[in-house]
Design a protein around this ligand. Sequence first.
Ligand SMILES: [Zn+2]
Length: 125
Amino acid sequence: MHEMLHIYQGYNESLESFNNSTANLEVEAGIAQYKYLSSLPEFAGSKWEERYSRGGYAQMLSLLSSGLTSDSKINNEITSDLRFKNAFNHTTKHPIKVDPNYKFNPNRTTTENLKNLSTLTKTCP
Ligand SMILES: [Zn+2]
């Protein structure tokens, strides 16, 4: 699911924008992964729920996820550019680190950071 979102991102980005925003795209894919897992009926009380509530990168993803409303609008108070950047910073400190060559593009707005996920979830219940 996570990797499929990267394919979708690649389809919708120019090669230059993709290569200059790989960290931004990684966080978006992480949010997509969280949205999927948290929608499962077995999520409550699961190992995944515990993982996403322990703090650090995973919890940041769950927080950012709540910034994408059910009608796919982006709540900038929750999903601010700073929080998005902090999520990436958590990623770099996480035991499972992202590729050090990933580039965070600070010029992308929150809307741009979540544009793929926002488009894909427009028709979701
Ligand atoms: Zn990824």
